[in-house]
Ligand binder design. Structure first.
Ligand SMILES: Nc1ncnc2c1ncn2[C@@H]1O[C@H](COP(=O)(O)OP(=O)(O)O)[C@@H](O)[C@H]1O
Ligand SMILES: [Mg+2]
Ligand SMILES: [Zn+2]
Length: 510
């Protein structure tokens, strides 16, 4: 007998309908799964066989052929276990058939338990877009599915329940829809600027960076608080819209790092890959074209701690995604695209010993050693960083003054106001923030009056700035002006923006 079940597959973040045909006939007993299947689907045989037997059904001792269409996309995920098992039970008459409008997803344990799978959110969204409405998914993935409206989803614990439900012997309730706003209201960030003493200069630079969507580099000795400051950054970014949250959730779901309890990512990601991380880990790829750190931090912060320690090659590969805000991962004959719209936050010591430029500590490095250290930074990547800020450790008195610093929520309110100004400015343009202005927008929105132009010219000549550095200064000055709700860029704004070019001014990279 032949049965037909509907499953779903994933190619990157895009899902596709998969039809599973199961044919059982007399012949040499055995089971074949065909249709360009990878190792995880091949291994499905053993799981399905044990799950069927251990759930009290008969595993047919006949020739079983399962064909998963379309055959031109490689399928390599254990979530086809459940439709394969149900297909066999339907073809052998042990469960009712005729529910092709149901999409079934789930991995099976040998004892018949339906186990959690990755990528539920992107599959449900793609399926909804293709017109599917009814689903059977693993119970553990329930929370993730609850945020998509208009679907009839049954969350199941084991194969016995699935069959009981399909046979009409047991009743299951569809899972209840959960609104994003209720989840957002419950969410909070772990790090708050109210816990960071002093550091007014660094906090100011960070607020400018977040307000204008700029990338930022913090330069300072070990223990100065760079990591602590960086961790607070997602908490002052504007709250994610539902669409932004869904984008992030899809990526985290595919990567298998989504919290089963939350089901949706409501806080902006903060990712801090170690400098020994491989290029694949950062950019994405590998046998299953997984998203890399740059996509896992989409809509949030990618923190490169001790940036000069990363390999030059690794840093270079980040350049294109930073520019395009998306990353293309290739594998045999197919390419997969993941979003990668991130705020890059980097940190570094000013020199190998860490004390160069410190007011209290002596640097023991030779000029040659400092030069060599700074030269490890990738020029083109550095070029994507609008602000450099020097961070020195806080003084003892500041650390124990008993005062509470400004809370992240207050800074966030100001950031949202400044973002709103930019939203209106760029309403009819393709950019959203000051940092992404191109040349035409720069000349349109960053006109200078005589005194600020004079200041910039003097700085350019005296401090030996490059034309590129000037572009960065203009963008940052535009953000500083926006923070003051000033329509014009004034010389104060330019003066402040010049301060955030430490690496050009002081260390001068060659
Ligand atoms: N401004 C500060 N306010 C409160 N605690 C601080 C501050 N600066 C540093 N610390 C403490 O010192 C620790 C080390 O700081 P860290 O951020 O790791 O420094 P860095 O990354 O610059 O080496 C922090 O975890 C925090 O406990
Ligand atoms: Mg650190
Ligand atoms: Zn030094």
């Amino acid at each position: 007998m032949l049965s037909k079940i509907t499953g779903f597959g994933l190619d990157g973040l895009i899902g596709y309908e998969a039809t599973l045909e199961t044919d059982i006939n007399a012949g040499l007993p055995g089971m074949d799964i065909v249709g360009l299947v990878g190792q995880s689907v091949k291994e499905s045989k053993e799981r399905v066989k044990s799950a069927i037997k251990n759930s009290g059904f008969d595993f047919p001792i006949k020739k079983i052929t399962v064909n998963i269409a379309p055959a031109d996309i490689k399928k390599d995920s254990p979530h086809f276990d459940l439709p394969i098992a149900v297909g066999i039970l339907a073809a052998s008459g042990q469960v009712a058939s005729g529910y092709a409008d149901f999409i079934m997803l789930g991995e099976l344990s040998l004892d018949g338990t339906v186990r959690r799978i990755n990528g539920v959110m992107p599959m449900l969204i793609s399926a909804l877009q293709s017109g599917f409405k009814r689903f059977i998914i693993p119970h553990e993935n329930m929370n993730e599915a609850a945020f998509i409206e208009g679907l009839e989803i049954y969350a199941v614990k084991n194969l016995t329940d699935v069959c009981g439900f399909l046979n009409g012997d047991i009743e299951l309730k569809p899972i209840e829809f959960c609104s994003y706003h209720s989840a957002l209201a419950k969410s909070s960030y772990n790090s708050d600027f109210s816990d960071v003493k002093g550091q007014l200069k660094a906090k100011r630079a960070i607020e400018i960076a977040v307000s204008g969507g700029h990338n930022i580099l913090m330069i300072g000795p070990p223990g100065a608080g760079k990591t602590m400051l960086a961790k607070c950054i997602p908490g002052i970014m504007p709250s994610m819209t539902f669409d932004e949250a869904i984008e992030v959730t899809k990526i985290h779901s595919v990567a298998g790092i989504l919290s089963l309890d939350d089901g949706i990512v409501t806080v902006r990601p903060f990712r801090s890959p170690h400098h020994t991380a491989t290029t694949v880990a950062l950019i994405g790829g590998g046998a299953r074209s997984k998203p890399g750190e740059i996509s896992l931090s989409h809509n949030g912060v990618l923190f490169l701690d001790e940036m000069p320690e990363y390999s030059r090659y690794t840093l270079e590969t980040l350049r294109q995604p930073l520019e395009d805000k998306t990353v293309t991962v290739s594998r045999a004959m197919r390419t997969v695209e993941y979003p990668a719209d991130i705020t890059l936050v980097a940190s570094m010591n000013p020199c190998p010993c860490g004390n160069f430029g410190s007011k209290t500590q002596r640097c023991s490095c030779s000029p040659f050693a400092i030069h060599k250290y700074l030269n490890k930074l990738s020029g083109p990547l550095l070029d994507r960083i609008d602000l450099h800020v020097e961070v020195d450790g806080v003084a003892f008195e500041e650390m124990y003054d008993g005062k509470k610093a400004e809370a992240s929520s207050i800074i966030k309110n100001r950031v949202e106001e400044t973002r709103e100004i930019q939203r209106k400015r760029f309403e009819n343009e393709t950019v959203y923030t000051n940092s992404s202005m191109g040349n035409s927008q720069l000349s349109k929105y960053c006109r200078l009056d005589a005194s600020s132009e004079k200041l910039l010219e003097t700085a350019f000549k005296k401090l030996n700035f490059t034309a590129r550095a000037v572009t960065r200064i203009l963008k940052v000055a535009r953000t500083v002006a926006d923070m003051e709700k000033s329509a014009d860029i004034k010389s104060d704004h330019i003066a402040e923006a010049i301060q955030y070019r430490s690496l050009d001014r002081k260390y001068r990279l060659v």
